[in-house]
Design a protein around this ligand. Structure first.
Ligand code: B12
Length: 446
């Protein structure tokens, strides 16, 4: 039985992929776990294998591109099963020797917590866990996060972790810690009340180049390609005042200027949620910027929300359009009609957003999707005077489209998540080719 407060090491693992870039991608799940542990007095260490500002890396400007930028990378061998794909494969993140030295320089932890994100990034998780194990063979390692939740059995069999945690941390984290360290902490927050959650421990990072913000969890739309409903079955919302407080907090503590909304449903019920938040930001006098790489719901955009977003400092807007085949989208989702799309675009442009600031995601590579239809969707968006952004489809277990994806893929995606990588377009009738990618890119550039 451990008597002292346990020392817990949190690790954001490497990515193995054909391509990866820090498009405002922070391990918010792991930092949230760290925030909860910090609020309960645990001793923490943190290693981010994706740290772009590692002290041994060549200097990079954290504020360039509003905080975005390339990860360090080293070419590695492609997984055997992907040898037919005509693309290079890399390990993204810090050099292995830096990671080993960082591990060796960390006091022996009582428990190691590793997060995961994309299902098809599990080889990076495996390699990270192998390194940890080689330094502390006896220390328990727990894996959590999105891959762990979406592919729990696969993760149990393949990740190398001692335990795979398949819940949101707010639900079972303190019990988990008790199970592995014997240390009991009484929850200081209410899992049903988002306003009571501790802030993510952003201070553990070497550099705070932007701040990820969640104002909601979950989403009322049950789109067939998306796992949001599985990951968060109930929509949880924070009060506008608690969101504004958090933004002010990070601005004051770190001078943070770029805030990135990770919500799936920021604009849902905008009268009660987004609009009061935006009004609060406008009247706060803060000079900050917002970006929405995870897409906004088009239906929530009207004249007022568009104006408020502009005034609040929104700089990069992404809309979840997915397809402009409005008459044939019923099987995909029920998010938006042609009229709603046109109205939203008109409101954004009239409010003063430029074409470059507003991008509409269009799914490419869905099962049975015709490439001509994709090209027409791109053209529709170009004609509407905003920017089309092809988003390559990744099939996800526990979504309604998964059985069709499994049936239609030329890979055995159910057997190995490595095949769910959107870079290989696993469900597309047309396999990945540079010609296709270039053609769509060219069309999208108008
Ligand atoms: C924000 C977001 C993004 C951001 C950044 C994500 C990032 N950090 O890298 C952006 C917009 C850049 C992005 C991009 C993409 N995304 Co995304 N994204 C999300 C989103 C909406 C939220 C993730 C998040 O941060 N949640 C908040 C945190 C707090 O939750 P969490 O990570 O789950 O952590 C909790 C628990 O899991 C647990 N936990 C986490 N780690 C650990 C560790 C331990 C030890 C323990 C005990 C617990 C624990 O506790 C946390 C608190 O409860 C999810 C959908 C969703 N609702 O989750 C999709 C999601 C992860 N994205 C997805 C996809 C498809 C993509 C894209 C491929 C889209 C595209 N076609 O371009 C790209 C690819 C990105 C890339 N290659 O770099 C898919 C995943 C697909 C897959 N195969 O795995 C998801 C699930 C959405 C979907 N379509 O269903 N995304």
């Amino acid at each position: 039985m451990i008597r002292d407060v346990p020392h817990i090491l949190l690790i954001n693992p490497w990515i193995h992929d054909f391509a990866a870039y820090d498009f405002w991608a922070k391990p918010l799940g792991l930092l949230t776990v760290a925030g909860i542990l910090k609020a309960h007095g645990f001793r923490l260490s943190y290693i981010d294998c994706l740290d772009r500002f590692h002290h041994r890396a060549p200097p990079a400007d954290p504020s360039a591109r509003y905080g975005r930028g390339p990860y360090h990378k080293v070419g590695i061998a492609k997984p055997e099963k992907l040898r037919d794909v005509p693309r290079h494969y890399s390990r993204y993140g810090v050099r292995p020797e830096w990671f080993r030295d960082d591990l060796a320089g960390t006091r022996h932890p009582d428990l190691v917590l590793v997060t995961s994100l994309m299902t098809y990034w599990y080889p990076g998780v495996q390699e990270t866990i192998e390194h940890i194990r080689s330094v502390w063979p006896e220390t328990p390692i727990v894996l959590g996060g999105i891959y762990a939740r979406l592919c729990a059995d696969h993760a149990r069999e393949n990740s190398g972790a001692d335990h795979v945690f398949v819940e949101p941390a707010e639900v079972g984290l303190l019990d988990l810690i008790q199970q592995f360290t014997g240390f009991t902490a009484r929850a200081e927050f209410d899992p049903r009340n988002f306003d009571t959650y501790p802030y993510p421990a952003l201070d553990l990072q070497s550099t705070v180049n932007y701040v990820p913000i969640l104002t909601t969890r979950g989403c009322p739309f049950d789109c067939t390609y998306c796992a949001s409903r599985f990951l968060a079955p109930r929509l949880l919302r924070r009060s506008p005042s608690s969101v504004i407080e958090e933004i002010k907090h990070w601005h004051t503590v770190f001078g943070a200027k770029d805030f990135v909304l990770y919500d799936d449903a920021f604009l849902v019920d905008a009268e009660q949620h987004a609009k009061p938040i935006l009004e609060g930001i406008c009247s706060s006098g803060l000079h900050i910027r917002f970006h929405t790489p995870n897409a906004l719901h088009i239906r929530g955009i009207d004249q007022e929300s568009a104006r408020l977003m502009l005034r609040a400092g929104f700089k990069t807007l992404r809309l979840g359009l997915e397809t402009a085949e409005f008459d044939h989208r019923q099987k995909l989702d029920k998010k938006v009609s042609r009229a709603e799309f046109k109205r939203a675009v008109r409101c954004l442009l009239e409010a003063g957003f430029s074409k470059d600031q507003v991008g509409a995601y269009l799914l490419v590579g869905l099962p049975d999707q015709d490439m001509n239809a994709v090209e027409q969707s791109i053209q529709t968006v170009v004609d509407s005077c905003i920017t089309p952004i092809p988003a390559y489809y990744t099939p996800i277990p526990h979504t309604a489209l998964w059985p069709q994806a499994v049936a239609g893929s030329r890979y055995d995606i159910a057997a190995d998540p490595i095949f769910t990588n959107n870079a290989i377009m696993p469900c597309s009738k047309d396999p990945f080719s540079w010609d296709l990618i270039s053609r769509l890119k060219e069309l999208a550039s108008g």
